[in-house]
Design a binder for this molecule. Structure first.
Ligand code: AMP
Length: 117
């Protein structure tokens, strides 16, 4: 079982922000912004490439609710998902990072960034 499934099953503790039947939002253990929330579907899916449009439909309104709950709905935030090896995805359970609480710098973080690849 993956680490996020263990969090869903409450085998590993988490700092929950919002939860419903299908989704869970919790604080990232190693925040990269003043507000850094992870939003995950409870049904295991490895990554964005494998997720259904139906799950994404529910995730949209859930993420909007999370933004309101943590107070970034008006100030703004970045919502990103890392997909697969080149996307630097570490945990193989679909998750969206919600980053906010201050201006988020844009960084492509590619080793060959200077070559515009
Ligand atoms: P990614 O690199 O997109 O797969 O992101 C995985 C994220 O999960 C990282 O930002 C980690 O800090 C976060 N993370 C890993 N384990 C935990 C955990 N037990 N609780 C909260 N966040 C976690």
């Amino acid at each position: 079982m993956c680490i996020f499934c263990k969090i869903i099953n409450k085998e590993i503790p988490n700092n929950t922000v919002l939860e419903n039947e299908h989704f869970l939002a919790f604080h990232d253990l190693y925040p990269k912004a003043p507000i850094h929330i992870l939003i995950i579907p409870k049904l295991h899916v490895d990554c964005f490439q494998d997720v259904s449009p139906q799950t994404m439909a529910g995730l949209t309104s859930f993420a909007q609710e999370v933004a309101t709950k943590v107070g970034v709905d008006q100030t703004g935030y970045r919502l990103i998902t890392n997909n697969g090896e080149d996307g630097a995805q570490e945990v193989k359970h679909l998750h969206f990072h919600m980053l906010g609480g201050g201006h988020i710098a844009w960084d492509h973080s590619h080793e060959d960034n200077h070559k515009n690849i």
